[in-house]
Design a protein around this ligand. Structure first.
Ligand code: NDP
Length: 241
């Protein structure tokens, strides 16, 4: 089994915790980032991950980056599609660019990255693909038609690719985090965060490590029979059937 893992958005926030958790499990990790050089260099120095700069919304860059990773580290066994952005606003005020940017960075990126690794995984008869969706892809969220659509789209993508890949030893699963304390959520006004916490039965936000632990489990041999699933990690905020 290949012990090379790729984590998009792997140098900061939830992705950095995923990078650390997979390194602790013995993986060589390639952590992708987009623009934050400081966070990327800090991640490389502190964790030993190899960092690669690429825009996950760009098909050609994803192809090239996966080829560079495989040349440097070997065949990719685990892919975590974690990179994501928000550009919130009510639909009646949403600029067209904010629709396309969020769909391309959160959803098209899954196609771009999976397309780059899937043929190799099929040939080697092994792979683990883990897509980081969101509670707001499950339940919808006002001001997030773009983000909720992208994150719900990831769930359909996960199920279809799971069906295509199961006979080839590849599992494909999604994780839907609830609200997790990272740069993404610290950008929200404190009164909004306080009102969200009041809606969480566990009465707190989640920690990035709690998502990373689920990723490490789904990547492990123990999860070999789990595919096409949506794992909810949200403190009880939204309990889906
Ligand atoms: P952060 O904003 O803290 O980090 C986002 C990461 O994605 C960064 O590493 C960033 O790179 C990278 N990234 C953004 N755009 C691109 C791009 N075009 N190409 C490559 N990399 C890119 O986010 P979080 O850690 O909070 O979120 C991680 C994932 O979890 C996202 O998909 C998010 O939607 C999802 N999620 C988060 C929740 C939360 O409460 N935080 C809740 C539910 C889901 P760089 O550092 O270079 O900018």
């Amino acid at each position: 089994m290949s012990k090379v893992a790729v984590v998009t958005g792997g140098t900061r926030g939830i992705g950095l915790s995923i990078t650390k958790a997979l390194i602790a499990e013995g993986y060589q990790v390639a952590a992708l980032y987009h623009g934050n050089e400081e966070a990327a260099q800090k991640c490389a120095a502190e964790t030993g991950a190899k960092v690669f700069k690429a825009d996950v919304a760009d098909f050609a860059q994803c192809q090239k980056t996966v080829a560079d990773i495989e040349a440097a580290l070997g065949p990719v066994g685990v892919l975590v599609n974690n990179a994501g952005i928000t550009k919130d606003g009510m639909l009646h005020k949403m600029p067209e660019d904010n629709w396309h940017a969020v769909i391309e960075t959160n959803l098209t990126s899954c196609f771009n990255m999976c397309r780059a690794v899937i043929e190799g995984m099929r040939a080697r008869q092994f792979g683990r693909i883990i897509n980081i969706s969101s509670i707001n892809g499950q339940k919808g969220q006002l001001g997030q038609c773009n983000y909720s659509a992208a994150k719900a789209g990831m769930l359909g993508f996960t199920r279809a690719l799971a069906l295509e890949s199961a006979a080839k030893g590849i599992t494909v699963n999604a994780i839907c985090p609830g609200y997790i304390a990272t740069d993404m959520t610290s950008a929200m006004p404190q009164e909004v965060l306080d009102s969200i916490i009041r809606q969480i039965p566990a009465a707190r936000m989640g920690k990035p490590e709690e998502i990373a632990d689920m990723v490490a489990f789904l990547a492990s041999d123990k999860a070999a029979f789990i595919t096409g699933s949506t794992m909810t990690v949200n403190g009880g905020q939204y309990i889906a059937a």
